[in-house]
Design a protein around this ligand. Structure first.
Ligand code: NAP
Length: 493
């Protein structure tokens, strides 16, 4: 659709967050001629996770051509898996090209977002003291952006540099020094890969070793990139590569049932990777997980097992007793002396738009609505919070499918929901409470059967131990997003 259609009401939008999803939402509004909106960004730059994460080795483990907006293909990706700085530059370039920049208010953290029953609008308060009223709020505030710093005794006493992976300290010297990396999620693994040839001594602290899915990385040649620029169908061919999608389906359909043959197949591939890649039997056993593959977010790597076998790289699977000025003291008494300690210890994954204070109809607090766990109808909207929508919100397939694809599909769903409001046939839309409760009961029942609930710890689990993610397959998600069920929503006013 291009241009505002006749008979449509001009709605005023507030988009919260200028990361991948927020920039996409802004572009979609501009494409259809909606210019009355602002994007509130707490940082001084756009890019969300790609702005915050600057650690050495940062790479997206979704193929670069799949990790691109469908409307802004990029012939210039340097490799099959692109690096963080390259992805950050891509988002900045796209935002500029599509005219999003003038709409972004930087250093503008939304501290409160209150539904005004009398006015029938949202009232936003910004940290700089300004306010903004909007008909529609799009919360594109990201998932993994509040670092989880471990509660390790003595951490503050460490004499060297200690910092979280998403708050990289550029003054830390990594070349030729002794570095410790705590954590072996996707982040810790990528950091160890990058530092394995730089540090004099590198210790990888692994509380729970991970399964590693082998993948192949390669660079695109200048000739290939020129060909992509000349013929975008070559990019589409990569995006639609049957082998890639077969792997996506194997994973996304398999995770819905932890006894599925797909999960067994994934585990076998990972097991063989471990058996065949790690020569030293003692190290191999240290690296062997004691839970099912894909229970934690699977690691995709073409190099971790090579890197961890380099001289000067050590895996420590013992329990940490405390941090001392000189390094990390293990429970068995061993002291790993270090100059730099990287905390690749993950994120508080249940914050979403919080700490912003959100209140819906009748002053209902989001904190109360989410007192058990963050949830939303189809991961997007909540009863009592009219015209309020989330991109990559609670219960979305974050971790299961390519995130840009998810956000684009969610946007189509939101657009359809808002049609009666945009056409002036209703003032507000929100899910009916019964529909939301029935959905959530189904989601929880299905989530318990997923591989994520098969007996491991991870950021997927909510505080009651239920996987917080989308528990069905890719096709179910695509179908659900293609057309919201109108009867599940109330349109008022
Ligand atoms: P994470 O997956 O939550 O991993 C945190 C790691 O820190 C785990 O190994 C955890 O051990 C360990 N840990 C936490 N507290 C600890 C403590 N007190 N003592 C010892 N170890 C501790 O975090 P992440 O690696 O930052 O990744 C988060 C998510 O970001 C990923 O799952 C992925 O979805 C996304 N990500 C994606 C990419 C990509 O390429 N697309 C790259 C990076 C991150 P336990 O397992 O024992 O708790």
């Amino acid at each position: 659709m291009s241009g505002q259609q006749e008979g449509q009401h001009r709605l005023r939008y507030a988009i919260i967050g200028a990361g991948m999803s927020g920039v996409m939402a802004a572009i979609k509004l501009l494409e259809r001629g909606d210019t009355d909106f602002a994007v509130f960004e707490k940082g001084a730059e756009l890019g969300g996770t790609w702005r915050d994460n600057r650690y050495p080795g940062l790479t997206c483990d979704t193929p670069s051509h799949a990790y691109s907006y469908s409307f802004a293909l990029n012939p210039d990706w340097s490799a099959y898996y692109a690096t963080g700085p390259e992805i950050h530059a891509y988002f900045k370039g796209v935002a500029e090209r599509f005219g999003v920049m003038p709409h972004i208010r930087f250093n503008a953290e939304v501290t409160a977002c209150r539904w005004d029953d009398a006015a029938g609008r949202w009232h936003l308060e910004i940290a700089d003291g300004s306010t903004f009223d909007a008909d529609v709020v799009i919360a594109a505030s990201g998932v993994l952006h509040h670092p989880k710093v471990p509660d390790l005794p003595g951490l503050e006493s460490f004499a060297g540099k200690a910092f979280h992976s998403a708050r990289w300290d550029d003054s830390a010297v990594l070349d030729g020094t002794r570095v410790g990396v705590i954590g072996c999620g996707s982040t810790g693994i990528q950091i160890v890969n990058a530092l394995s040839s730089r540090a004099a001594r590198l210790v990888h602290f692994q509380r729970s070793p991970q399964w590693i899915m082998p993948v192949v990385q390669f660079e695109y040649t200048p000739e290939q990139r020129a060909a992509f620029a000349a013929d975008p169908s070559l990019i589409e061919a990569i995006r639609n590569d049957p082998q890639y999608w077969e792997a996506v389906y194997r994973f996304t359909e398999g995770v819905t049932d932890f006894t599925s043959p797909q999960i067994r197949e994934i585990e076998e591939i990972c097991r063989q990777n471990l058996e065949q890649s790690v020569r030293d039997p003692e190290l191999r056993e240290k690296l062997r997980p004691d839970y099912h593959a894909a229970c934690k977010r699977l690691i995709y790597s073409w190099e971790y097992y090579d890197c961890v076998q380099k001289p000067g790289v050590f895996v420590e699977v013992g329990a940490i007793e405390r941090i001392e000025p000189e390094g990390v003291r293990m429970k068995d008494g061993t002291l790993h002396e270090l100059d730099v300690l990287v905390l690749a210890t993950g994120f508080k994954a249940d914050s979403f738009i919080r700490p912003a204070v959100v209140t819906g109809r009748g002053g209902q607090a989001l904190d109360d609505f989410w007192s058990v766990r963050p949830t939303a109808h189809y991961a997007i909207a909540m009863p009592g919070f009219p015209n309020f929508f989330m991109l990559n919100g609670p219960g979305a397939p974050v971790g299961n499918f390519p995130l840009i694809d998810i956000a684009e599909r969610q946007w189509e769903y939101i657009t359809q929901l808002l049609e009666p409001v945009a056409e002036g046939r209703a003032a507000t839309v929100e899910p009916k409470r019964e529909a939301y409760e029935a959905y959530e009961a189904r989601r929880i029942a299905a989530a318990r059967r997923t591989i994520f609930g098969s007996g491991c710890t991870s950021w997927y689990l909510d505080k009651t131990g239920v996987p917080a993610t989308w528990p069905w397959g890719y096709h179910d998600f695509a179908r659900a997003m293609a057309a919201p069920v109108a009867e599940e929503f109330s349109f008022a006013g």
